[in-house]
Design a protein. Structure first.
Length: 161
């Protein structure tokens, strides 16, 4: 397994392979998302954070996932349209992935190994789990789905300085 966030890649929602190296020197918030989840409303504050800090070197990366309650049934086109129309999402979205199990996306295997969850678990518990990565590509923290994006503002601001 690669040892750096920047060694990872993923396929974006348009089907293009994206190297995480393109986010070097940025503060990154990686989030597994879903369109029919009780936390779907978090798209709006995630977009707000992105708009507020993107010019200072911050980016949100959204990874749709259908592993929890089948809450992301649509294909990439439907997901993209839903996010844009309902929440005005402009931050980068990626193709639907698995975040747990044998088909877990390599990026998520890496993230889980760097920031374990409650009681040391590597599993993602639900949609809208968040990982915060600093400008050097170090995974700093993992946040539960119940952590509101706006509660990360002071930590993001500190990392952008």
């Amino acid at each position: 397994m690669s040892q750096s966030f920047y060694d990872q890649s993923a396929v974006d929602i348009q089907g293009n392979t994206v190297s995480m190296a393109q986010f070097k020197d940025k503060v990154v918030l990686v989030v597994n998302t879903a369109s029919e989840c009780g936390f779907t409303h978090q798209y709006k504050p995630l977009e707000h954070l992105y708009q507020l800090y993107k010019d200072q070197g911050f980016v949100v990366l959204g990874f749709p996932c259908n592993q929890f309650g089948k809450q992301e049934k649509g294909d990439e086109a439907a997901i993209s349209e839903f996010c844009e129309i309902n929440f005005g999402v402009t931050f980068p979205l990626f193709s639907k992935i698995d975040v747990n199990g044998p088909d877990s996306a390599p990026l998520y295997t890496f993230l889980k190994s760097q920031a374990k969850g409650l009681l040391g678990s590597q599993s993602i518990k639900w949609n809208f789990t968040k990982f915060l990565i600093n400008k050097d590509g170090k995974v700093l923290n993992r946040y539960s789905p119940t952590t509101k994006p706006e509660n990360l503002m002071s930590e993001i601001e500190g990392l952008l300085k």
